[in-house]
Design a protein around this ligand. Structure first.
Ligand code: HEM
Length: 497
């Protein structure tokens, strides 16, 4: 009797869920069936048209976006199985969602990262996000960036020493840049020397790379979305990686808290002993604003957001310079005008200059945006122009589609940093260029990122010239958590005299 009762309650629970799911799915279907987009089949939608890897799916989505734009639309939808995803295709269509102060919830594809990053700044929403954002914004204030730049410079000089031994033959520079970016963020976020540049087999370094690969496999492999398949094939691997990642950060945090407690750490803005991001979080903890777990999720969030993105940005910039020698020469002349033949460190003041190099980085982020796409799940019916996107629908905001809009960027595949001259840029809609997103949930680390990119690229140009015989577009971008180059970044370095 009791068993029957329990069984009936469970059944009713699931039936109720199924009913609301079906009701919502039908509502989404009625709103979205007339949106422009590729024809879809029940029940797979457009999944089988995406190709077998991220390079193919990126090309396919751009083709659909071009077709929709050619018919005069600035929005389209695709179906991932029974789940609709709506894509704004230009700045005007992006603006309402990016500017919204209420639709702040991230889309479903972020859920994979919750077990690592918790509900830190990147993944939280509404009031929690607002209070975290208010609390963390000062940690990226100009004054804090000074200290971060010193650390960037030190780790980049290690990179140069390593690259010095590799001149004259083709090498994939991407993994070297990635390890440098990881050392930089580890030092700035946690005040800890990871030294992955000399110790690439460190388990933490390995786990960061492996977790990102696992996330990529999950996003691109539809059968992993079936819970039992995932459970029996990949769950153990994910748990093991999570254990390595969080054990490492928890230990660094515990050690640092202890050093604060004993007064062992003495900060001094003039002799390189500046505060790391973690030190500021520990001070907030002392004011009872954060718990140990809050600190961990923020540190891990910044570790994650703060190195894969910048290494993709730097990698693609080096690729664009190697494949566009005239731009490389011009950037090199500018760098030489600032530093001459000296070997001095790069300081914040230098990074506020070098306008041509900045345009090079911006044009690279246009064609090859390091964060190719982000998502929001709208909680209520949401208007974009004349269209209503029903509540519960995921919006994919994709810089790699918006930045490659021929109507806004004529001759879109030509690498032309002059597009970012102030007079030309001012003729475009501000949201036709959004590598760091925009509005209240934009990238909190964008100034940090631009400084790091400029610093690393400027140092490489001071020491080396970059060469390749391959054309720029032979290297395809795959839209994963970051934009991955299909060839890596294969260049030959020559020492500058
Ligand atoms: C080229 C480098 C970078 C690019 C292209 C980039 C891009 C972005 C984008 C597009 C978002 C919005 C994400 C979303 O709404 O889902 C974002 C958010 C964020 N970024 Fe970056 N990012 C870069 C570097 C960094 C760095 C270096 C840090 C930290 C040091 C950082 C920390 C964050 C954080 C914490 C958020 C979440 C902000 C919030 O939701 O309030 N990013 N970034």
């Amino acid at each position: 009797m009791i068993l029957t009762l329990i069984f009936t309650v469970i059944l009713l629970y699931y039936l109720q869920h199924a009913f609301f799911y079906a009701k919502n799915a039908y509502r989404q279907y009625t709103y979205l069936r007339n949106f422009p987009g590729p024809p879809a089949k029940f029940p797979t939608g457009n999944v089988l048209d995406f190709g077998t890897n991220s390079f193919e799916s990126t090309t396919v989505l751009l083709r659909w976006a071009d077709e929709a734009r050619a018919q005069g639309h600035n929005i389209m939808r695709v179906w991932i199985g029974l789940r609709p995803v709506v894509l704004p295709l230009n700045g005007e269509a992006l603006k309402p969602i990016l500017d919204s102060a209420t639709e702040l919830t991230k889309g479903e594809d972020y859920n994979f990262f919750i077990s690592w990053l918790g509900l830190g700044l990147l993944l939280s929403t509404n009031e929690k996000w607002k209070s975290r954002r208010r609390m963390l914004t000062p940690t990226f204030h100009f004054a804090m960036l000074d200290g971060y730049v010193e650390k960037m410079d030190r780790h980049t000089q290690i990179l140069l020493d390593i690259l010095d031994g590799k001149v004259g033959k083709e090498l994939d520079i991407y993994p070297f840049v990635k390890r440098c970016a990881l050392d930089i963020i580890c030092d700035t976020a946690m005040g800890t020397e990871l030294d992955s540049q000399h110790d690439p087999d460190n388990p933490y370094v390995f786990a960061v790379g492996d977790f990102n690969e696992l996330a990529r496999d999950y996003m691109l492999t539809w059968y992993y979305w079936l819970a039992p398949v995932w459970f029996f094939t990949q769950r153990t691997r994910k748990m093991r990686l999570l254990d390595t990642l969080t054990t490492f950060t928890k230990k660094v945090i515990a050690d640092r808290i202890e050093q604060h407690r004993t007064g062992e750490l003495k900060f001094d803005d003039t002799n390189g002993k500046r505060k790391a991001f973690l030190d500021m979080l520990i001070e907030m903890k002392e004011a009872n604003a954060l718990t140990d777990e809050d600190i961990r999720e923020e540190v891990d969030t910044f570790m994650f957001e703060g190195h894969d993105t910048t290494s993709s940005g730097i990698g693609w910039t080096l690729w664009c310079l190697a494949t566009n020698p005239a731009a490389q020469e011009k950037a090199c002349d500018e760098v030489h005008a600032v530093f001459g033949d000296s070997d001095r460190s790069i300081a914040v003041e230098d990074l506020k200059g070098m306008p041509y190099l900045e345009k090079v980085i911006k044009e690279t982020l246009r064609i090859f945006p390091a964060v190719p796409q982000i998502q929001r799940k709208v909680q209520n019916d949401f208007k974009i122009g004349e269209c209503t996107v029903p509540g519960g629908t995921d919006l994919m905001l994709a810089p790699y589609l918006v930045h490659r809009n021929e109507q806004v960027y004529p001759d879109r595949w030509s690498f032309d940093p002059e597009r970012f001259n102030a007079d030309l840029a001012s003729t475009r809609h501000a949201y036709d260029y959004v590598p760091f997103s925009a509005g209240p949930r934009n990238c909190i680390g964008q100034r940090f990122a631009m400084y790091e990119e400029k610093l690393v690229v400027a140092w490489i140009l001071r020491r080396f010239s970059l060469h390749t015989d391959r054309p720029m577009l032979s290297n395809m971008g795959g839209a994963e958590t970051v934009l991955r180059p299909s060839l890596g970044v294969p260049v030959t370095l020559r020492r500058r005299q």
